[in-house]
Design a protein around this ligand. Sequence first.
Ligand code: HDD
Length: 702
Amino acid sequence: MSERTTNGGEPVRYGEEEVRRGSGGETHQVTGGGRPPLTTRQGIVVADDQNSLRAGDRGPALLEDFHLREKLFHFDHERIPERVVHARGYGAHGFFETYESLADITSADLFQRAGERTPAFVRFSTVAGNKGSADLARDVRGFAVKLYTQAGNWDLVGNNMPVFFIQDALKFPDLVHAAKQEPDRGFPQAQTAHDNFWDFASLMPESTHMLLWAMSDRAIPRSLRFMEGFGVHTFRLVNADGRSTYVKFHWKPKAGMQSVVWNEAVKLIGADPDFHRRDLWDAIGAGDLPEWELGLQLFDDDFADAFPFDVLDPTKLIPEEDVPIRRVGRLVLDRVVDNFFAETEQVAFCTQNIVPGIDFTNDPLLQGRNFSYLDTQLKRLGGPNFTQLPINAPKCPMATFQRDGHMATDVPTGRANYEPNSWPGEEGGPREDPEHGFRSHAEAVAGEKRRVRAELFADHYSQARQFYLSQTEVEQAHIAAAFTFELSKVERVDIRRRMVAGLRNVDEGLAQQVCDGLGLGELPEALPAARARVDDLKPSPALSLLRNGPQTLAGRKLGVLVSDGTDAALLDALLAAAEEEGMTTELVAPAVGGVRTSDGEQRPAGQQVGGGPSVLYDAVALLVSADGAAQLAGHPAAKDFVSDAFAHAKFIGCGPDADALLAAAGVERGADEGLVDLGGPGDAEAFITAARAVRLWAREAA
Ligand code: HDD
């Protein structure tokens, strides 16, 4: 043990776990107790991390203080450019498990052996907002999957919507400029509810189908765990004989789909800007592992030729009813990141990362993406060696003659850094492998060099209409409300009118509702359509979120409002029923310290009522004592807890003594079947069973 004196005059001892004084007299722990010594980046052990080196007690800092300089230098360079789109994201590790061999349709190594697991990393994201924006913004969600296969990395860089705004990558910078904050004023942040976006969108009829998706509740998912993912483009699978099959990739959430309503999203943005990432972190931490099945839609040239749209057009989908989805494996996320920056930030996806057995098509959006992703990483990650970062490096053997560059961490050995070479054995380095190496599908290509779009790309409204007609009435109403909300934020009336004019080509009823909602007066004349609509497209029930809801509360969260004197038996019965269902539960109390229940026990709360609004939960219960109800009736946040849950069509379990609170919130006990009494035996189970519908949409329509 050693001792020394700080400039505060206090003795300090080293060796065992000790405390010492900084200049302000505060205490700090020093090394010992299993903690390693703090060092500089050069490995020099730091003796004092509280005071910079100065000449005299009150003198200037000294230039020779390498610890101070190194620490500030590194801090000054901590930030890297955020992604130009999809800046806000959250990732997790997991694996993909193959159900059955797909050797007949693809030679891709990961699809050869049933039961085989391939490590995976997934990053979910919003598109338009900056890195610090809120999770619940109305936006498309990125769904980027990196699969570290034994034959190299395969990145499936998709979204939670199966189509896209534009058909040609040349328009991507315009789309993103229009969607992000306006350049002169630097706002609005993380939303498309502004003039520039709708100006562009209304001038680009090809965006119509995607706009319908973006204005649907798909754009405000309840959880990243409860949304679908799509590879969007048509890709190819190629088997060992070189035979190609077209494929569309789908991720189907095992937990079912679920979104929030817009008013809820607005409140969630304030209540918890990290709602989605916290949910993912918590679920994985609790062992409730998020899971998706990989679905393939497989089709051939004959189908493609007969399909009324071009399968290379990324603004079109192929309805599941036309080409059924074959489920071929599952993706499970089982590990949160150790370090957000090292993994989630530094992960670099690229549509060009494909493996033998998978290939591109000529989708013009995909072709442009194939350039853009590699290019953007160079800027964002600062050099060509980002592939050597652990999160990006393949987990299979890798050997290349690419050398040097900024931050190279590989240490290649051997004399040859070129080929062909005549150095023998290992000295000569790797060689190409005609048998196992990647070969492009030998597609015949011919044509005049021109800037054109294929004729079938010109139908911008048929599938938009099909999507709209495939929705339930509730979903259709939400779409109309979303268009109305967004266009109401647009200042220029001519832009509002132009958009409504475009919507007339989708559905007159929708256009009329939006027109009325905007107070536009007369419906504007419909925009001319470049190609006549195909009007006999059958609705596709698979496109409806509500028709594919969970019918279970597993993985969902119950919020229970409690007070001192809450009936302990009722509370325990409810918590047990919820846990039996696979829900997580949280007590919301007047103070986070908790409440004393009727059995005299002190129960800590997860939230205090001001910080635990009902938007955080999928269902709520009011298990307050009569005194508690009376007190909370005067508490604005408690009243909102109840009235919001009601307005958001949630199921509400009403304890026997909750009347004063219900009345204060303007909610009548038993007014509909979503208000379930909790009091007698079996009530808790009955409440959970009823709440499996997740929302009582009839309440919204009433
Ligand atoms: Fe993109 C990021 C998905 C069109 C250019 N894109 C990015 C991410 C996702 C997508 C999920 C985030 C990756 C991550 O988490 O790191 N992008 C899509 C989908 C598209 C699409 C599904 C249409 C089907 N993207 C698209 C086009 C271009 C780009 C047409 C350019 C021509 N995308 C980029 C990018 C980003 C990106 C600028 C920003 C950060 C990054 O790549 O790594 O290169």
